[in-house]
Design a protein around this ligand. Sequence first.
Ligand SMILES: [Ca+2]
Length: 203
Amino acid sequence: MTRRLTRWIARVTGLAVVLAAGTVASQASPAAAATCPARTLSKPFSSFGDTNDYFLAPDATFESGTGSWALSSASVVSGNEPWKVFGSTHAKSLKLNASGTATTPSMCIATAEDSMRFFYRSPGVAGAKLHVHIHVTSGVNVATNDYDVDGTVAGWAVSQRIMLPDIRDASGMQTITITFQPRNSSTATWQLDDVSIDPWRTV
Ligand SMILES: [Ca+2]
């Protein structure tokens, strides 16, 4: 191979790398997944006036078990959220006993993925709360957000949109877990279904 040909190949190869990087950047903006896994988006809350796209947390329909969720005094039970927004055949949810906790697997959250919501079955117990604890790490930084869902009115409902902390490092990514924990009642049980994350910052 001649020296000139070698230089030409180096230039062309370099150009291809630049083009590839440009393509990735273009696809990643603004809903972004940097190196986070590919997302499957839908509009599960459109019948509630929220037409934003969301993706499911891992195994968060509870139709095929709980995968890598960390559970204590919690288990999959029959009975889906009644709107069945992720599938008309869906038939299961996660029951949380009064002393229970349920934590999502660690999730990679990229640029602009900043809010979440979910369906819950409230116990109908005055004063009962479902505490939602969001824990985020990025580089050496840690941030949390805490939110309480009121359990006074019995039945299935959709949560408000809850903001995720934003402390991404230069990579544009952060790692997040979400923990659900009943509080303020020794008897109230809750159910949880379809934990979803909004890939746009719209809160
Ligand atoms: Ca379900």
